[in-house]
Design a protein around this ligand. Structure first.
Ligand code: FMN
Length: 162
């Protein structure tokens, strides 16, 4: 069985989350592949899909959004899970969390679940405009990724796949 963990990440923290998910799935299943959403044109060849993106301005990044919108029909015929990475701080905010339109998207793809994980923010890496945005939002700097939460979610996905 081939399971793809597909991610969209601008500064690498979502890639890190996707890597941890893939690593956990690989403990339970053979054939786990990690793929950048920008390199994926279709889900042909995947038997199951875990698709996730960083959230920017309340939305997924474009490569993940495109896949989602254009390939929803391919996802309905495969076991699919979604994840989003974004909220910052301890406790992470915003709490209501999911990207815009996620409920409709879950229905369109018949995804089995969607999980939101806290993210990471490093001010020096950001563009000028982004720095102004995070200042206006008072977004806290730091790595808030909760590896235990990420691993246990991945383990639940792995068990569901078995
Ligand atoms: C300009 C900007 C806008 C953001 N907007 C949101 C948002 O709307 N919701 C959210 O939960 N997180 C938001 N974040 C936090 C990011 O999603 C978080 O830093 C994430 O870990 C980035 O992932 P990446 O390193 O994979 O790009 C924003 C961050 C930046 C820099």
């Amino acid at each position: 069985m081939e399971s793809w963990v597909v991610f969209a990440s601008k500064y690498g923290s979502t890639r890190g989350v996707a890597e941890a998910i893939a690593e956990r799935l690989a403990r339970a299943h053979e054939g786990v592949e990690l793929r950048d959403a920008a390199d994926v044109e279709s889900f042909e060849g995947a038997d199951a899909v875990v698709l996730g993106s960083a959230i920017y301005g309340g939305r997924w990044l474009e490569p993940a959004r495109n896949l989602f919108e254009e390939r929803a029909d391919e996802l309905t015929s495969r076991p699919t899970w979604l994840f989003s990475v974004g909220p910052l701080g301890d406790p992470p905010k915003p709490e209501d969390a999911g990207p815009d339109g996620i409920t409709e998207a879950m229905e369109a793809t018949r995804a089995r679940g969607h999980e939101v994980f806290a993210g990471k923010l490093e001010r020096p890496a950001l563009s000028r405009v982004e720095r102004l945005m995070v200042r206006a939002l008072r977004a806290p700097e730091g790595d808030f990724r909760d590896w235990d939460a990420i691993r246990s979610w991945a383990d639940r996905v792995a068990a569901d796949l078995s």
